[in-house]
Structure formats: structure tokens, C-alpha cells
Design a protein around this ligand. Structure first.
Ligand code: MLT
Length: 394
């Protein structure tokens, strides 16, 4: 008889975005004559930029010829892309990294979840509330102990030993950034208490202010305790073709029960070698072409377009005195639900009254209850129409 991993039974019934997708399907089936506007999951709507399309074509051309064809990529990605990442994402921030510290993969989500294989079960982690649900779910699956914090400053007061501190800055869903001085304090705390930091900077390209960092390695000593996750899904619009990378500095160690030091970087390489066959060559080449032809401006144009949507939504909610996002540092708008409705009640209120699909804040954690998230990744037309439809919201 095959026994189940009981921890899976402790997960909520559905992954947040699957539940929303199934509500969407139900609604569309019942309301074939109505035009639903989907501003729920953070999924891009603009086509891939010309330089990445050109990159895919170049890759296809290379794969079409016997002398340039390549089979499996290295499990942590090709050096040609790592060189560009170092040159364009880290050198301008005065950060030096080795090629082997970069692991190119298909998605931050899978790296964030799978890296926990390398840690003992039953470790203690600190997770922000509200936040991207994958941190919580992947720790529930491992049977880990979870401590929640609301504001990053609360970490400094936790007296219990924490093995991993999850930071998401800008935060998904609230858009909150962690200021530089706070990050420095958390790094010092992690060094002192022998904790590791998992820094998710999937939304760094959307930061508009200067009081925070794009990479945690901008802060002194971060390489001693922090790993960083970056995704091309939102920054390059790669949700359909998949590409991401994770930085694991060579100086980070785990300890065996007999107190031997084990390099996290080497272990992660072992994990990648065992469980992955590397990122898609087409996706890697798409991004390589964006960097190497100086076309990052094309990505910036798309990001600006989405941020204009965010600004339109925020201005609208402000005009209605609806409390929500004030500083704009992420592609999401986070608002307080009308009349103290619960997040799911508001979800159905928006669906039934305005045919607008959003994300219930409670899906990001208990502290998100009573809040609602809309994405700026919709089309401009849909965003403007959503605003028009919501004019009678109060
Ligand atoms: C979100 O909408 O929060 C994210 O796009 C979902 C994801 O990245 O998995």
C-alpha cells in the first residue's frame, strides 16, 4: 500500500491561482454573453519584444543545422547567457559573481519550492504575511515550522532560531519594498543567528524609488547569508516560454548532523543535475539576444506600459478614497475591500457587478483578509474599461 506524504493533506484544497482559474471558467460557461476582464493572476499580455523573437529565430536556425545543433543544455544553463546576466544585471550594481553562482532555470517558482529538498525537514522558516503563496505551500509540504511576520522589521524581534527568512521585495501582493537600512539589519541578524535569507526579487524591474535595492548583494555581507531568485516572466514577458535564475554564492554552507560544512551551491548543482535537464535553449537564446543586442530598452517599454496601467488604477482608487497601494513599486494594486467585505466576498462582488476578476487578498495569507489585488499586466483597453465599469463601486 502506497502511503501519502501527509504534509500534502495539510495544504489548502487548491493552489490560489488554480481556484481563481476554475471560478473564471465557471463564470464564462454561465455567462457566455458577458465580457469578463481578467486582472487576477500576474500574467503578461503584451507580445514578446522584437529582440527576444529574433533570438528565438536565431536559436531555431542554430538548431536546424547539423554543425550548430546542440542537445541537452548544461543543467544550470549556458555560460553565454550567464555572461550577459553578469554584465547587465550585476556589474552596473558593482556586484561581482562567479558564473557557477548562477543557476539558470525555467522558473523561480520551481527553484523556490525545490531548493527545500536540500534542507532537513522540520526546520523553522519565517514568512511574510501576506505574500506569494508558494513560500508557504512549499514549506507545508516539507512539514516545516512556520513563523509569520507582517513587517520586515518584526524579524529582528524573533527570538526563536530561524533557518530561512523569506523576503519578497517589492512584495507580491502589497508592493511594499524593504528599505536598504532594514535589509542591512536583517542581514546582520541572519549572520548573528546563523539564518539564511531567500530573497525573491522577481519584481525588481518595477521599482520606481531609490530607497531600496534591486539585488540583495548591493548590501554588504549579503553574500554570506543570502540567495536571490530572479525571474524573466514579468521583466521580459517570458511567462509562455519560461526562464529564470537563482544566485547561490559559493560562501554559503549548510551543516550536516555531524557538523560538517556542505556547500549549498554544490548541493544545488547536484539537485539540478538530478532533477532538471536545464532551461530551454530557445528561451535562453531569446534573452541572450535581448542583452547582447542592447535591447533592454524594449523590455523597459513594456514595463512602462504595465506601470501606466497601475498608475491609472491607483489614481482611480484614490479618487474613490479607497485605501490601498500608495507607493508604486510593483505591477500590482492592493486595495481594501469595500464595506469591510471579506476578500472572497469582494471577489464575487467584483465578478457579479463589474465582470472583473481579481485576486482575493486572503489567498496571500491571513493578513491579506479584507484586501484585494488587481494586476497592471492587463491590456490598456481592459484596464480602462475596468475603471469605467468600477465607477459606481462606492
Ligand atoms: C501572481 O500573480 O502573483 C504571480 O504571477 C503568480 C506566479 O508567478 O506564479
Amino acid at each position: 500500500m502506497a502511503l501519502v506524504n501527509e504534509n500534502y493533506l495539510n495544504l489548502s484544497d487548491n493552489y490560489l491561482f488554480s481556484k481563481i482559474a476554475s471560478e473564471k471558467k465557471k463564470y464564462i460557461e454561465k455567462n457566455k454573453d458577458k465580457k469578463l476582464i481578467d486582472l487576477s493572476i500576474g500574467d503578461v499580455t503584451l507580445p514578446l519584444c522584437p529582440a527576444s523573437i529574433e533570438g528565438i529565430k536565431k536559436a531555431a536556425n542554430l538548431l536546424s543545422k547539423k554543425d550548430t545543433f546542440e542537445g541537452y543544455p548544461p543543467s544550470s544553463g549556458h555560460n553565454f547567457l550567464k555572461e550577459e546576466i553578469l554584465k547587465y544585471d550585476y556589474s552596473p550594481l558593482n556586484i561581482n559573481l562567479e558564473n557557477n553562482e548562477i543557476f539558470i532555470g525555467d522558473s523561480s517558482k520551481s527553484d523556490i519550492a525545490h531548493i527545500l529538498d536540500l534542507f532537513d525537514t522540520g526546520i523553522t522558516v519565517a514568512i511574510q504575511n501576506p505574500v506569494y503563496p508558494v513560500y508557504l505551500d512549499s514549506n507545508v509540504i516539507r512539514g516545516n515550522n512556520i513563523i509569520f511576520f507582517n513587517d520586515a522589521s518584526e524579524i529582528l524581534d524573533i527570538s526563536k532560531h530561524i533557518d530561512i527568512i523569506y523576503l519578497c521585495s517589492p512584495n507580491n501582493p502589497t508592493g511594499q519594498i524593504i528599505p536598504k537600512d532594514r535589509l542591512k539589519e536583517i542581514i546582520n541578524y541572519a549572520i548573528k543567528h546563523k539564518s539564511l535569507i531567500f530573497f525573491d526579487s522577481a519584481y525588481e524591474a518595477f521599482i520606481q524609488g531609490i530607497d531600496t535595492v534591486h539585488s540583495i548583494y548591493e548590501i554588504a555581507d549579503a553574500k554570506k547569508v543570502a540567495i536571490e531568485f530572479r525571474s524573466f516572466s514579468k521583466t521580459a514577458g517570458f511567462t509562455p516560454i519560461r526562464l529564470s535564475y537563482t544566485i547561490i554564492p559559493n560562501d554559503i554552507y549548510l551543516f550536516s548532523k555531524s557538523s560538517n560544512k556542505v556547500s549549498l551551491n554544490s548541493l544545488f548543482k547536484r539537485l539540478k543535475d538530478t532533477k532538471y535537464n536545464g532551461p530551454s535553449f530557445l528561451s535562453e537564446y531569446a534573452m541572450y539576444n535581448v542583452y547582447s543586442t542592447n535591447s533592454l530598452y524594449q523590455l523597459k517599454e513594456n514595463i512602462d506600459y504595465y506601470m501606466k496601467n497601475v498608475k491609472l488604477l491607483i489614481n482611480f482608487f484614490n479618487s474613490k478614497n479607497i485605501i490601498g497601494t500608495t507607493k508604486i513599486n510593483s505591477p500590482y494594486v492592493w486595495i481594501k475591500c469595500k464595506d469591510n467585505m471579506s476578500s472572497w466576498d469582494f471577489f464575487y462582488y467584483m465578478l457579479d457587478n463589474f465582470m472583473i476578476l481579481g485576486t482575493p487578498g486572503s489567498g496571500f495569507g491571513t493578513e491579506g483578509e479584507g484586501y484585494f489585488r488587481l494586476t497592471g499586466f492587463g491590456t490598456r483597453e481592459d484596464t480602462l474599461e475596468a475603471i469605467e465599469r468600477m465607477k459606481n463601486i462606492l
